[in-house]
Design a protein around this ligand. Structure first.
Ligand code: PMP
Length: 401
């Protein structure tokens, strides 16, 4: 018998498993609203024109080779990534207090940050939002941190439970790590207002908590890179320390290239350089050094004025299509007279709508309408199109009546 005979079959990943089930469904009207990847009006994956253009430049440049890049990744990519999230005039960057390492997309950046904290930070508890992206608790727990939750979403209002959030962070032990979604909270689409962010910042700083931002959707929420980075910049502007995990999966459509960055903003340049030396010791035994292609695409775009500008236009188009899907779905439910208040569909932000549908209603919609989504009722607005909105509205209507 196999030495692995004792293994039980593991369950599918709750998010990626939705696509597995979708792929098995032969129905021509099937609709996958599970996975968080952008689709065009035609339901097709999108490679940005500016990405194609950057790739052509890279391929035609015969001076480029495939040598290993440094443990921390491409220097240009790291500098430009820090600038993108912290702002071109960030004093922290000018003072050399930021160390940035290229990692394997957002997930890899979170994991490297978590491994670093587990090794070198005195407080080993991390607070994550309730609910959050399903991978968060696993990334942090497997890195050796103890994971606790803070209240975030209020099912009654389908908005922020701000009071609960303040109470829970207020009673967190001093120094605890707090994971914050920089914008477009996943799965709820509920973000604090700028005034609420300011209160959160004051509380976190007054208690000496350590903010760790997950920025997976910069530019995707509002269509503006700067606006979506505001919460992070507020925390950096006060001179305090923080971590930021960035992903280029959504905003440049580079999902499978696995390109992202971890920045650690420190008090001094000397600390930042020692932090970087320790990050190398975290990365080297995990995967040695990151891949070259995706980071080269990003660096090519970010350092060229005209390509950067073209990117912001294409990014805005994606964000606006998603926002228009929200309006169309809301209108479709209204015109059907579907019972309930659906205004949260247009109020929520980013790729997802947290519909408020329960797991029974979700199962019904999958069985009767071949619509696939996670069982918590989260739908990816990016997977919708004008053509498929009526089908989804019919399904929601039937599920709640
Ligand atoms: N954080 C959040 C909140 C996300 O939604 C995602 C993607 N679904 C990620 C991180 C990481 O994605 P990736 O590793 O593909 O960049």
């Amino acid at each position: 018998p196999s030495v692995f005979n004792h293994l039980a079959r593991a369950p599918e990943d709750p998010i990626l498993g939705v696509t597995v089930a979708f792929n098995k469904d032969p129905s021509p009207s099937k609709l996958n609203l599970g996975v968080g990847a952008y689709r065009t009006e035609e339901g097709k994956p999108l490679v940005l024109n500016v990405v194609r253009q950057a790739e052509k430049l890279l391929v035609n440049d015969s001076s480029r080779n495939k040598e290993y890049i440094p443990i921390v990744g491409l220097a240009d990519f790291n500098k430009l990534s820090a600038k993108l999230i912290l702002g071109a005039n960030s004093p922290a960057i000018q003072e050399n207090r930021v160390t940035t390492v290229q990692c394997l997309s957002g997930t890899g950046s979170l994991r490297v940050g978590a491994e670093f904290l587990a090794r070198h930070y005195h407080q080993r508890t991390v607070y994550i939002t309730q609910p959050t992206w399903g991978n968060h608790p696993k990334v942090f727990a497997l890195a050796g941190l103890s994971v606790k939750t803070y209240r975030y979403y209020d099912p009654a209002t389908r908005g922020l439970n701000f009071q609960g959030l303040l109470e829970d962070l207020g009673s967190a032990p001093s120094g605890a790590i707090v994971l914050l979604h920089a914008c477009a909270h996943n799965p709820t689409g509920v973000d604090p207002t700028p005034a609420q962010w300011e209160q959160i910042r004051q509380l976190i700083r007054s208690k000496g908590l350590l903010p760790f931002f997950d920025s997976a959707y910069q530019g995707f929420a509002s269509g503006s890179l700067d606006r979506d980075a505001e919460p992070v910049r507020m925390f950096v502007a006060d001179g305090g320390e923080c971590l930021v995990a960035q992903s280029y999966a959504k905003n440049m459509g580079l999902y499978g290239e696995r390109v992202g960055a971890l920045s650690i903003v420190c008090k001094t340049a000397d600390v930042a350089s020692r932090v970087e030396s320790q990050l190398k010791l975290v990365i080297r035994p995990m995967y040695s050094s990151p891949p070259i292609h995706g980071a080269s695409i990003v660096a090519t775009i970010l350092k060229d004025r005209s390509m950067y500008h073209q990117w912001t236009i294409e990014l805005k188009e994606m964000a606006e299509r998603i926002i228009s899907m929200r309006q169309q779905l809301f209108n479709a439910l209204k015109s059907r007279g579907t019972p309930g208040d659906w205004s949260h569909i247009i109020k929520q932000i980013g790729m997802f709508t947290f519909t408020g549908l329960n797991s029974k209603q979700v199962a019904f919609m999958t069985k009767e309408f071949h619509i696939y989504m996670t069982s918590d009722g989260r739908i990816s607005m990016a997977g919708l199109s004008s053509r498929t909105v009526p089908h989804l509205a019919d399904a929601i209507h039937a599920a709640v009546t």
